[in-house]
Write a protein that binds this ligand. Structure first.
Ligand SMILES: [Zn+2]
Length: 348
């Protein structure tokens, strides 16, 4: 179809939801970095955007690999990963950051054994009053922090050759503390150096808006940003506002008790014609370091066995569900520097 004709149709509303894809329609390579290597986004398949294999909440000053038996974690996690792979999942994004139990080598072993692709991350988690931030965050500049994260992307994590596939940060509810603002700023710089998408555990909508403003100040497009845990913001108009600005709005935490609410959140975004800006996942798992046998490990299958059928019952089409679970993760995980578009008319 000729571009101009397509544009006319799109503007007239005939193409509806197809319009927003125009901005990513260029046939550029779309690299995605997993713990077992770089692939093209088209190979991702069905993707769970926010899950965990292992988390240790002991705090940045005490966290250590000596606190768990990697073999036991491997044996505990593997059946869950195999099970969701058997249900059709092909990629799982592990959102455990450094200083909360990120173990890239273990993730790579589990990826090979389960057949699932796993994506890990770089960045720091400043939520929960900074208890998961290493001491150097207070004395380093955003540039120095960004250099650490970019270094992991260029050279590998913890002496391995495994690279992060996105930047994961965490901030509490707004207004952002100085340390939280600093790590957002560092994430913006690291994004400009690497093209890694920024996923931010975000306390509320006010914090999300502040994060977007900080990115804007560094010239980063909202498209480079995932608002993680958006479901915890009760004002659904803020989801619409953030998505209209261009960022990813992630409704994770899907589970047996949340079906109705998550379906309603998605219906709200569908009515606003913004499903192309939405990601869904469960925030499930994980081996709880410090608990006997890893404690209560919540499996990854509910979204596929129960939630996707509930979406169908609620009137979502197969294409819309695939958009949420395949097409949107492909775009969100593609490594590409996303600079903000300067307004054409700069007259003061
Ligand atoms: Zn999480």
């Amino acid at each position: 179809m000729q571009r101009r004709k397509f544009m006319r149709m799109a503007t007239a509303g005939i193409c509806g939801a197809a319009l927003p894809f125009l901005e990513t329609a260029a046939a550029a390579p779309s690299p995605v970095v997993t713990v077992t290597g770089t692939i093209d986004a088209s190979q991702l398949g069905l993707t769970l955007m926010h899950e965990h294999v292992l988390v240790d909440f002991i705090g940045a000053d005490k966290v250590s690999r000596d606190r768990y038996d990697a073999e036991e974690v491997f044996r505990t996690a593997l059946p869950h990963l195999r099970r969701v792979h058997g249900l059709g999942c092909r990629t799982l994004v592990d959102c455990t950051p450094n200083f909360l139990g990120r173990d890239a080598g273990l993730l790579a072993r589990l990826a090979r054994a389960s057949g699932l692709r796993i994506v890990t991350n770089t960045g720091y988690y400043g939520a929960r009053n900074h208890q998961y931030l290493p001491a150097h965050v207070a004395r380093e500049t955003p540039e120095e922090l960004a250099a650490r994260w970019t270094g992991e992307y260029r050279r590998g994590i913890d002496g391995t050759r495994i690279k992060p596939g996105f930047i994961k940060i965490g901030v509490d509810a707004g207004p952002l503390s100085a340390l939280n603002a600093k790590i957002v700023d560092a994430a913006a710089l690291a994004h400009l150096q690497t093209g890694l998408t920024i996923g931010a555990h975000t306390g509320d909508g006010a914090a999300a808006m502040e994060e977007l403003s900080l990115l804007d100040g560094r010239g980063v497009s909202p498209e480079a940003f995932i608002w993680i845990h958006a479901q915890s913001e009760r004002k659904t108009e803020m989801h619409v506002e953030a998505a209209r600005r261009g960022c990813w709005v992630e409704f994770d935490g899907i589970g047996p008790r949340s079906v109705e609410r998550h379906v309603a959140l998605l219906q709200n975004m569908r009515e606003a014609k913004l499903l192309h800006r939405v990601l869904i996942s469960q925030d499930a798992g994980w081996y709880h370091v410090g608990e006997a046998g890893g404690g209560d490990y919540r499996g990854y299958d509910f979204l596929l066995t129960d939630f996707a059928p509930a979406l169908k019952t609620a009137g979502f089409s197969e294409a819309e569900i695939k958009q949420l679970l395949i097409a949107n993760p492909q775009r969100a995980l593609t490594i590409r520097v996303r600079k903000k578009v300067e307004p054409r008319n700069t007259r003061k």
